[in-house]
Design a protein around this ligand. Sequence first.
Ligand SMILES: Nc1ncnc2c1ncn2[C@@H]1O[C@H](COP(=O)(O)OP(=O)(O)O)[C@@H](O)[C@H]1O
Ligand SMILES: [Mg+2]
Length: 337
Amino acid sequence: MRKTLVYFIKIPSTARFPDRDRAFARHWSVNSLRRKASLCAVPLVTYKEPLRRTRVATQPTPQARPMPRAVGIPGVKHVVAVASGKGGVGKSTTSCNLALGFAALGLKVGMLDADVYGPSQPRLFGLHGKPRTIGARMIEPKERFGVKVMSIGFLVDEDTAMIWRGAMVIQAVTQLLREVAWGDLDVMVVDMPPGTGDVQLTMAQQVPLAGAVIVSTPQDIALIDARRAIGMFQKVNIPILGIVENMSGFCCPACNKVTSIFGQGGARAEAEKIGAPFLGEIPLHMTIRATSDEGRPVVATAPESHHAQSYITIATQVWSAIETGGALKPAPRIVFE
Ligand SMILES: Nc1ncnc2c1ncn2[C@@H]1O[C@H](COP(=O)(O)OP(=O)(O)O)[C@@H](O)[C@H]1O
Ligand SMILES: [Mg+2]
């Protein structure tokens, strides 16, 4: 004859399972009985109730961390970031001449040098010395060629290494944005550091960017990084206003033969691939390098020259992209995946 064991189960107090409910306590008891019964090799009859694994909240459910809202800079209508994944491809040179190109269109322009580790704008604009302060907190931007310029380079020596951690860099960039008396500007150009790090994310989070202009040289190794920069801006919902191919072909001053030292057409092809406007090619030219080093940028000092006209054409296209809706995109929200 088969023996059947019938147990009346004493359900343990839920205090034993602080984060479970009573059904779980019952289930636990039944299971422990089952184990005992299997040791005796007898079937166990129990009252069966579906297990509800409801979790008793001992802590509030973690909420998605609220993202800081992008807040405009008072008086500044549009902010354009000039970026690339790589260093040395001509971001600073392009942003300086782009800002001057906007000024040539009759716009009120500011230039924010956000490359805290390697500020170039003081040299490019031929500006030196500490900026003046206004009251207790505000700094007055310096001005040259009709462009208001602010850079950490005004506050530290050219030879001083900025040995700063991310948090300090973010604070510095925030101050350059918010504690400078920019006044009324139609457009602010931001010369970004290379890469996709703290400064880029700070700019994307804190400022409603009208869009980003990507600078790349034509060779693959630069384009790979440019793609990363494009990907980052797309991820944070910032429109790509266009791509500039810098150092695109070298025209020998002796024989006028054009040599594509870094290749040619790579940035144009990339722009076509991602459906972004291609803004133009700037050749690798001695005049651009020399005028930059001398603090006499080509758009300001030789506005009729071929190079200056190329930058002004780029500025015209970027401005029309901003006016026709780039700036109307929603404020960027960072999404981490
Ligand atoms: N089109 C160009 N022709 C010649 N030299 C250039 C050109 N663009 C940039 N340069 C030079 O290349 C160097 C790096 O440029 P820079 O603008 O500082 O790059 P990044 O800001 O991307 O690091 C500088 O010496 C600059 O004068
Ligand atoms: Mg630079």
